[in-house]
Design a protein around this ligand. Sequence first.
Ligand code: FAD
Length: 317
Amino acid sequence: MSILIYAESAEGKFKKVAFELASYAKKVAGDLGTTVTAVTVNAGNISELSKYGVDKVLKVNSDKLSGFNAKAYADVVKQAAEKENVKLVLLSSTTDSLYMAPLVAVALKAGYASNVVGLPVSTSPFQVKRNAFSNKAFNITEIATEVKVLGLAKNSYGVYENASSLTEEDFNPSLNDADFSVKVESTEKTTGKVTIADADIVVSGGRGLKGPENWGMLEEMASVLGAATACSKPVSDLGWRPHSEHVGQTGKPVATNLYIAVGISGAIQHIAGINSSKVKLVINSDADAPFFKVADYGVVGDAFEIVPKLTEKLKAF
Ligand code: FAD
């Protein structure tokens, strides 16, 4: 009895959340003595999932599913869960997965817990920790149904390599015409920027940058690194940056490979949201800034001198 994950992809490429979900599932499966099966929809490089411990992939390829359709995708996950006789189904907390997960749960007559952070607190009874009120509070939720659906909070666990030998199987679920009564004809991206949720590297700025006019140097460094940009809470409160970039306890959680904090003091509420990042590089003019206590690498100095120099060096790679 495997654990099933829905490995989300966009334009054929897996999203970072798919690898985070696989990493999480692998750990849970190890604790439960079982394996990880993934169901994919029109995804390209299936073998990538083997890096993160997925043992089996049910591949769905269908022109009908080329655009996201919550009801139809939920039905695919439900049929995959039934085929594999799965008792635990894991989804992420992207907009698409948040839309699908309750539909999957209803179809499987399963209990559903969203915003799960961390590994199950207990497997018998089955209890998970969830965040609430934008990370201001946590609760422990017990799911008593035989089949359980969990929505893992984005960037709450991290991505860990754990190679497995993967088997692939074509899966042709039956699609219900009634689910296709509304069709998205075309989509258009408003920005080509890397999002915080998908980024391997995040370049983040604080009040030490003095004003919105100085963000160009962070944008440039982020562009050279293929990174997303983020900011501290006061920066978005002041309107220097959009609220979507606010990270920390009350903002978005970040669990990247590299988090670069520029001119951010390292208040506990900021650290709470980014501490799962693997490597933290802090640039701050104050050697006593609290952020240095949790940094892996620290540069004491003026951001306006250091960031452009660092960017020039990075461009040379
Ligand atoms: P500051 O504290 O003003 O720090 C600026 C830093 O820049 C200083 O360390 C300074 O030495 C450095 N600096 C100045 N000039 C330069 C320079 N030229 N070069 C390099 N460094 C320089 N904050 C968050 O970020 N996220 C949250 O989710 C969050 N949630 C909160 C929830 C609650 C309930 C509360 C009470 C607070 C929350 N805060 C949050 C706010 C948090 O407590 C801090 O006030 C905030 O993180 C500080 O932002 P900052 O580091 O950008 O600014």
